[in-house]
Design a protein around this ligand. Structure first.
Ligand SMILES: *Cc1c(COP(=O)(O)O)cnc(C)c1O
Length: 373
């Protein structure tokens, strides 16, 4: 039998061993996805506390068993409204959403087409569904079209074809050509799922993501995301039509066979969504964009993508670890991201900017990085 010790030693030898680091709050955190600082927002925390008092600590069962509590319904109503969809369904995490939604939609005989850089949860959902998996090179819509051509030619009447992309990619921070992808899906009569995990709160007139920015929310079959990143709380969501949502309620195993998230979590997430869409949310986004711009200017990174994720690619895993350790010595928390989270030989530091970073630390980090080249 293979011993776990040997497996861990092999990982360590390749600079790929992972440990859960202690959270060192003395470091300036350039690694969290709390883009607007909402995890420590006073109103969000109050909504959490009040809901604990009103509804208790946990939901105690699946919603299909015990019946639904008000905060989950309120959350789903506000998501549907914000996303311009008929219905929404909340899950315990973004990961559970990806798996639940994709496996409910697809089975053997169907086809799922993913961007090469899609998040692990989307890949896992695709694998678990039993559908045929096709992958197109990152953001390459020509290749996507050629796959769509060949797949739709062969598909029978009943089978489903689902295209999956993120809107802002989690490890590269770049954006999908979503307008073009959406048009191709319409042209070839396929379904489209967009994971807005890193765009919610950051992009769009009311912070609802790239689909909102492009004005195409009502054209996207499945808009999903997490409430654990810019929303600062936890949980996942799917916004879609009533009939698809009803199918998810009947088929989605991560929804059916899992205790519903605590009602207080749903109440806090609703508050966070409300803030994201408010004037306060716009102000936070403005601050965030200023911070991103400052960092880009000082570290001489080109481009104008408004995403808060900035990859600093160093290729080699060992070098990424060393650079991350060096930054830690200097007071910055910036994680090294390695295979298999990113493709081999593209190890990097993943810098995330948030609205609460001050000018001094942004400058200091950028200067450290540029002098490390
Ligand atoms: C983080 C992330 C998820 C998972 O969301 P959680 O709520 O953290 O489980 C799903 N998709 C993408 C693109 C993500 O970045």
């Amino acid at each position: 039998m293979r011993l776990p010790e040997d497996e861990l030693a092999a990982l360590e030898g390749a600079s790929l061993l992972r440990r859960i680091p202690d959270l060192d709050t003395s470091l300036v955190n350039f690694s969290s996805n709390d883009y607007l600082g909402l995890s420590s927002n006073a109103e969000v925390k109050k909504a959490y506390r009040d809901a604990i008092e009103n509804y208790g600590a946990g939901s105690t069962a699946s919603r299909l068993v015990c019946g639904t509590m008000e905060p989950h319904l309120n959350l789903e109503n506000s998501i549907a409204k914000a996303k311009g969809s008929e219905a929404a369904l909340s899950f315990s995490s973004g990961y559970a959403t990806s798996i639940g939604v994709i496996t409910s939609l697809l089975s053997k005989g169907d086809t799922v087409i993913l961007d090469k850089l899609c998040h692990a949860s989307l890949i896992d959902g695709a694998r678990m569904s039993g559908a045929t998996i096709r992958v197109y090179p990152h953001n390459n819509t020509e290749k996507l079209e050629s796959i769509l051509k060949s797949v739709t030619k062969k598909a029978n009447q009943d089978s489903r074809i689902l295209v999956i992309t993120e809107s802002v990619f989690s490890m590269d921070g770049d954006m999908a050509p979503l307008d073009r992808i959406n048009k191709l899906c319409k042209q070839y009569d396929c379904l489209l799922l967009v994971d807005e995990a890193h765009a919610l709160g950051v992009i769009g007139p009311t912070g609802m993501g790239l689909a909102e920015e492009l004005g195409i929310q009502d054209q996207i079959d499945f808009q999903m995301g997490t409430l654990g990143k810019a929303a600062g709380v936890a949980g996942g969501y799917l916004a879609t039509t009533r009939v698809w949502a009803d199918l998810m309620i009947n088929r989605s195993r991560s929804f059916i066979y899992s205790t519903a998230p605590p009602p207080a979590q749903a109440a806090a997430a609703s508050k966070a969504l409300e803030i994201i869409q408010s004037e306060q949310g716009s102000q936070l986004r403005k601050q965030l964009l200023n911070n991103i711009e400052s960092f880009r200017v000082i570290s001489e990174i080109e481009g104008s993508c408004p995403s808060a994720i900035i990859p600093w690619i160093v290729s080699d895993s060992d070098r990424a670890l060393k650079l991350s350790a060096e930054l830690r010595e200097n007071g910055f928390l910036v994680p090294a991201i390695r295979y298999p989270t990113v493709p081999r030989h593209t190890a990097r530091l993943r810098i995330t900017i948030n609205s609460h970073h001050d000018e001094t630390s942004i400058k200091a980090l950028a200067n450290h990085l540029t002098s490390s080249i």
